[in-house]
Design a protein around this ligand. Structure first.
Ligand SMILES: Nc1nc2c(c(=O)[nH]1)N[C@H]1C(S)=C(S)[C@@H](COP(=O)(O)O)O[C@H]1N2
Ligand SMILES: [Mo]
Length: 261
């Protein structure tokens, strides 16, 4: 069953909320927030608050009014690291989210799958899962924030995307890395190169130390803890290094492609 959920905040006027939040932010954070498009997504990422009703909107504004310089640095400094958490903070069960029901998620068999590499790279060879599993593994426990109004802490392991880009001889002066996924009606998302090279941006093969379950993107997702959930493509089948803005599933529906810091 198709199920496209829009950003819904019953009883909350999104424009008023964003305006109030901007007013509460001290300069220079306010100027940067406005220059960055002043989106609800940015506020969600900034506060970690799930705005689903007027109560949580109020809580979000309270959070913002308490901000200190440290929090602002995390939000507005592109080199800042997303906060990491202890394993005890992991949300169980971790939520599934897609634009369809979980039963309709791609069901990929390892033997049929290869990661295709395209565009501005020296080595365009496709990668099997066995080859990718041999790459160095790093674990992160970070918060995933969805614009639809929830957040959860998860544990993801895999290889830093920037190391892989180096390995394949990617032209890192290009503007984007564009990911395509196996979803039946297509899903894709462009990632700006600065974020692709961020130390925590990861080609993920495991969730909570186990092979990535189907629900969370088997066999590979891209984990981007400095961006909102929709900028974390699951079931990835190809990556293309490109200077062209190719759009994305949620980006094409009006969500800011930047969506994070
Ligand atoms: N291929 C694909 N990737 C996707 C999506 C999707 O529908 N298809 N949904 C995005 C959104 S909006 C969110 S919040 C996260 C959800 O990831 P999870 O199911 O691991 O919680 O995946 C993102 N990546
Ligand atoms: Mo999301």
């Amino acid at each position: 069953m198709g199920r496209i959920r829009k950003l819904l905040i019953p009883g909350v006027d999104k424009k008023v909320l964003v305006k109030d939040a901007a007013r509460l932010l001290p300069d220079p954070a306010r100027r940067r927030f406005l220059a960055g498009g002043a989106s609800l997504g940015a506020l969600t990422l900034l506060t970690g608050c799930d705005v689903s009703d007027s109560f949580s909107a109020e809580r979000m504004l309270k959070q913002i009014s308490k901000f200190n310089d440290g929090v602002q640095a995390w939000m507005f400094n592109p080199n800042a690291l997303a906060p990491e958490f202890p394993e005890s903070a992991i949300t169980r069960p971790f939520p599934f989210n897609g634009y369809y029901d979980q039963d309709d998620a791609p069901d990929i068999k390892a033997a049929d799958w290869k990661l295709e590499v395209r565009g501005l790279v020296e080595n365009k060879k496709s990668w099997t899962l066995d080859e990718l599993y041999k790459l160095p593994e790093v674990k992160q426990v970070t918060r995933h924030i969805c614009v639809e109004g929830w957040s959860a802490i998860g544990s993801w392991s895999g290889t830093p995307l920037r190391d892989f880009l180096k390995l394949i001889g990617a032209d890192t002066r290009a503007k984007y890395v564009w990911f395509q996924c196996a979803d039946k009606d297509g899903y894709n998302s462009p990632l700006d190169m600065r974020t692709a090279l961020h130390p925590q941006t990861q080609m993920t093969f495991k969730f909570a130390d186990q092979i990535l379950p189907r629900a969370y993107g088997y066999p590979m997702k891209i984990r981007v803890p400095t961006k909102l959930g929709f900028k974390n493509p699951k079931y990835v089948i190809s990556m293309e290094v490109t200077n062209d803005y190719k759009g994305g599933y949620w980006e094409d529906q009006g969500y800011n492609s930047f969506s994070g810091n």
